[in-house]
Design a protein around this ligand. Structure first.
Ligand SMILES: [Ca+2]
Length: 99
């Protein structure tokens, strides 16, 4: 179910100029599908260049308030993602209150 949410957002990100959305794309990190798991809902994907290399990386927030980080090791036009764990600060995962 969560994979669908990510795929839909990825499809929106690929929208073309005439207002027609591109088909949804299921994202993977290496050989593993990106998935927040069955126990954690409300995937909130967002693309940002976190390391300043010109390629947008993927952050996936979830209901628990953590942000899974996937570094783009592909290109800007053909991204490939590498799982980097949860985004952290001072050695601890960042946790955002969402209610
Ligand atoms: Ca980057």
């Amino acid at each position: 179910m969560l994979q669908i949410g990510i795929a839909v957002i990825a499809g929106l990100a690929a929208a073309v100029g005439d207002g027609v959305l591109a088909p949804p794309v299921r994202l993977a990190a290496g050989e593993t599908w990106i998935d927040t798991g069955e126990e954690i809902a409300h995937a909130g994907p967002s693309f940002h260049d976190l390391d300043g290399d010109g390629r947008r990386d993927l952050l996936v927030g979830n209901f628990a308030g953590t942000l899974a980080h996937y570094r783009n090791v592909g290109t800007a036009a053909a991204p490939k993602f590498e799982a980097k764990g949860f985004l952290a600060a001072e050695g601890a995962p960042i946790k955002i209150k969402n209610w």
